[in-house]
Structures are given as C-alpha cells and as structure tokens.
Design a protein around this ligand. Structure first.
Ligand code: HEC
Length: 188
C-alpha cells in the first residue's frame, strides 16, 4: 500500500514538472508584455498631463488606452487588458474569474502583502483549447490620484469624467490601494 502511494507521488511529480517549467516561461513573458503595456500607458499619460493638465489627459486615456491594449495584443499574440473591482469604463468590467482573483489580491493585501508582488496564473480549458491566464495587481501611485482620488480631484476633472463615464466607480482611491489588474491570456 505504502509503495503504491510512493509510485503515484513520483508519477505525479514527473508529470507536473515540465508543465510547471512551461508555466514559468509564460509568466515571464506575460510580465514582460505588462511592462511594455504599462510603459506605453504612462508615456501617453505624462504627455497628456504636460500638454494640457489632467482634463486633457482624461481624453488621452479615453482615446488611447483601449488602442494601446489592442496594439500590444496584436504584436504579442496575447490578449492584453485591464480590469478592476471598481471600473471606470464599463468595457473594463471584470469577468467572474477575474473578480475572484482580485478579491484574493485584496485579501492578501489586507493580510500585509505588497500589492506590487501580487499576481496569479492558471491553465484552463476553453472550447476544447488550453488557455494560459495571468493577472497582475496594479498599485495606485500618487499621480493616479489626479483622476482616481477622492476629494482632491479637481472639479473640472470630475465634470469631464462624469460626462465620459456616467457609471464611473474608479474614484476614492488612496496611494498604495489596488487600482485594478492587468489580464493576459494566451492559447497554448
Ligand atoms: C488623467 C486622468 C487619469 C490618470 C492620472 C490615471 N487614470 Fe486610470 N483611467 C483614466 C481613464 C479615463 C480610464 C478609462 C480608460 C478607458 O476608457 O478605457 C482609466 C482606466 C484605468 C484602469 C482600467 C480599469 C478601469 O477602471 O476602467 C486602470 C487599471 C487604471 N486606470 C489605473 C491607473 C493607474 C494605476 C494610474 C496611475 C499610474 C492611473 N490610472 C492614472 C484616467 C486616468
């Protein structure tokens, strides 16, 4: 009996080890793509702020963020997006599995984890195909508070946000809060 358990364990280890190595490669690739995506978003944000302050930068985020996600997706072969438990754009509303992962991120943060370190990966089957899914928490920095903060947000910014996003929930954040997450997917 004991022998049988040992053999089963050994088999399980040999079967999962290559899968884990593959996963590690996908995780590294996902992190690299997120860096590119985040850098492009920040560059556009900074440019927009410099050229016309936060009101102008809202329009930049509104017009450019979805396009940047699409172009990073097209060039990498992954699906790249952002989501949040309190989304601004309804198009960024989380799917049930994304919501669950972000709730886990919140629980880990409440238990003392640094939001910068929070990520998640899994392999699932969808329509008979294997899919690798990865999420990484996005911490709120000081600059984000111009448009995602509470009472500090300028009245003209509030007005512009209201007109573009009538069901905006992405306000009232503090520095260090989890603003949302990157979501990356790839068919294996
Ligand atoms: C100039 C205003 C502005 C600033 C500053 C800003 N954002 Fe946003 N943010 C927006 C707008 C507008 C959207 C909606 C974009 C869209 O329509 O897809 C958005 C959407 C997002 C989303 C996607 C989920 C959602 O709520 O729709 C995340 C995540 C996000 N912002 C994080 C950040 C972080 C992190 C920072 C700081 C590094 C930041 N934002 C700074 C205006 C801003």
């Amino acid at each position: 009996m004991k022998n049988r358990i040992l053999i089963t364990t050994a088999l399980a280890v040999t079967l999962t080890l290559p899968a884990m190595a593959d996963n590690q490669e996908n995780i590294m690739e996902a992190r690299k793509i997120i860096k590119q995506f985040a850098t492009q978003l920040k560059t556009e944000l900074k440019k927009g702020m410099k050229e016309g302050g936060p009101v102008n930068a809202i329009d930049v985020c509104h017009d450019k963020a979805p396009g940047i996600a699409d172009s990073v997706s097209a060039s990498s072969g992954w699906t790249v997006a952002r989501t949040s438990l309190k989304p601004r754009a309804t198009s960024n509303s989380p799917l049930p599995w994304e919501r669950k992962v972000m709730e886990e991120f919140e629980a880990k943060k409440a238990a003392g984890a640094d939001p910068k370190t929070l990520d998640y990966s899994e392999v699932v089957e969808e329509d008979g195909k294997k899919l690798f899914r990865y999420m990484k928490a996005i911490p709120t920095a000081k600059v984000c508070l111009n448009c995602h903060g509470g009472d500090n947000v300028k009245p003209e910014v509030v007005m512009r946000l209201k007109s573009l996003y009538p069901s905006d929930r992405a306000r009232g954040f503090k520095e260090g809060d989890i603003r949302g997450a990157f979501v990356l997917k790839k068919t294996l």
